[in-house]
Design a binder for this molecule. Structure first.
Ligand SMILES: Cc1ncc(COP(=O)(O)O)c(C=O)c1O
Length: 420
């Protein structure tokens, strides 16, 4: 076992991880030559074709989605934790501190803004980075797609969606911009935001309003304190008013509403499922800014709630590495999303000589230019870590019980020795 150096903060970090590579390469040769059958450059899946997701031209490297991932890192000896720490998932609160790496003088009260990475997830990310850097071609042409598909499959299951309805993007802002810029805007179209829409998102809406053909921007007033019943009453009225105005344009124009699932400021859950339902009844497209949902809301069932688009950061409450988000687009709306930002080499144009229909939604997002894929793929490690902690319901029960206690005692978070 390689000695693990101790860092200034007293935490041990792995020095050499590649020898302990997490993939179970079945072949005797861990670095088989890459055979490029699909052109001179290709992204994750140019070499991936069959319905089983097998890699073509590498029969000697039988990677499958089940054997590429070994991110059961909470139990890894490399974490510098005691044997007991590694075997027994901690109770929450203070017992969780050792799984994070905060400066002892820092009290993290801003997890919601950009998340904070648990140490086991960081270590898994470093392992994956080391693996990638040891042979970038192997990752890009062969292995990456399996991690990508596994992350999409697992996250889809968590939110009650189909894998092919979920893709990974860098952050919620990116996901929402992708959706809004893919609509073909016409004069008279309307985008509805709210007074609590996150600044980056509302500025994006404003930008679209400033750009020809200048869709109108309508703002729904949300004032707190309020109740879900009041919000729904006002929302119904706002949507009714917006959709009933506009004379002849009413028949052809589109209305798109951006709805927060959880408002960031002030932190508040909105009755987003009912708001989506009101949109549906009125023929209004719903784009749900669920930046804070995944990892906080349990039993999200998008197939049932049926938003038209739904985007959630995974680097906030799911504990993935920053930046990482899931963009959900149900199959019925795939035709809206013609191109990610930026447009990938997999895009199919109707002007192409042998055009035979648009590219598949998920395939469009596999490679949108060179980025570090580790944050997007860290979903797998984050979900392993959360599973080890006891799973989504157990985590949620703990945070809810803390909220109830806090409400009951009116204690400030600081006085409570706030746990993650
Ligand atoms: C409600 C809401 N939407 C969108 C965002 C933007 O998230 P990101 O910076 O990951 O794109 C945030 C950020 O905190 C947010 O709170």
């Amino acid at each position: 076992m390689t000695a693990i150096p101790e860092h200034r903060d007293g935490l041990q970090r792995p020095r050499r991880v590649f020898g302990d590579c997490p993939w179970h390469l079945v072949s005797g040769d861990p670095y088989p030559p890459i055979s490029r059958s699909a052109g001179s450059h290709a992204g994750f899946t140019a070499l991936v074709g069959s319905k089983h997701g097998c890699v073509l031209n590498c029969a000697h490297l039988p990677l499958t989605p089940t054997n590429v991932t070994d991110m059961k890192i909470p139990l890894s000896p490399e974490l510098g934790l005691t044997t007991r720490d590694r075997q027994v998932a901690p109770s929450f609160g203070h017992a969780m501190h050792k799984f994070f790496e905060f400066d002892p003088s820092y009290v993290n009260l801003n997890h919601g803004a950009y998340g904070s990475l648990p140490m086991p997830v960081r270590v898994a990310c470093e392992k994956l980075s080391a693996r990638i850097e040891a042979n970038p071609d192997r990752f890009v042409y062969k292995e990456g797609i399996h991690h990508w598909n596994e992350a999409r499959t697992r996250v889809a299951k968590l939110i009650g969606a189909e894998t092919d309805e979920c893709v990974l993007v860098n952050n919620t802002s990116h996901g929402i911009a992708t959706v809004l810029r893919n609509f073909e805007w016409n004069e008279g179209d309307i985008i509805i935001g709210t007074t609590t829409t996150h600044a980056g998102v509302s500025r994006g809406i404003r930008y679209l309003g400033d750009t020809p053909p200048h869709p109108q921007v309508s703002t729904f007033d949300l004032e707190f304190p309020t109740s879900h019943a009041k919000i729904l009453e006002n929302w119904r009225e706002h949507v009714r008013r917006v959709t009933s105005e506009g004379g002849d344009l009413k028949q052809t124009r589109k209305v798109v509403a951006v709805i927060d699932a959880i408002v960031s400021n002030p932190g508040a859950c909105l009755p987003w499922k009912e708001m989506v339902g009101i949109c549906k009844d009125a023929g209004v497209w719903s784009v749900v800014d669920a930046a804070h949902s995944i990892g906080q809301e349990v039993d999200i069932n998008l197939s049932e709630a049926k938003p038209d688009f739904w985007i959630s950061d995974c680097h906030k409450w799911l504990f993935a590495k920053r930046g990482c988000a899931v963009l959900y687009v149900p199959k019925r709306n795939h035709h809206i999303i013609k191109s990610p930002i930026p447009t990938p080499y997999t895009y199919r144009s109707p002007q192409d000589e042998h055009y035979n229909g648009p590219q598949k939604f998920a395939k469009l997002f596999e490679w949108t230019g060179t980025i570090d894929y580790v944050p997007l793929l860290s979903i797998n490690a984050a979900l392993d870590f959360r599973q080890w902690l006891g799973g989504e319901h157990k985590i949620n029960e703990y945070t809810q019980s803390r909220n109830r206690r806090r409400e009951a005692s009116s204690e400030s978070p600081r006085n409570q020795g706030n746990g993650p």
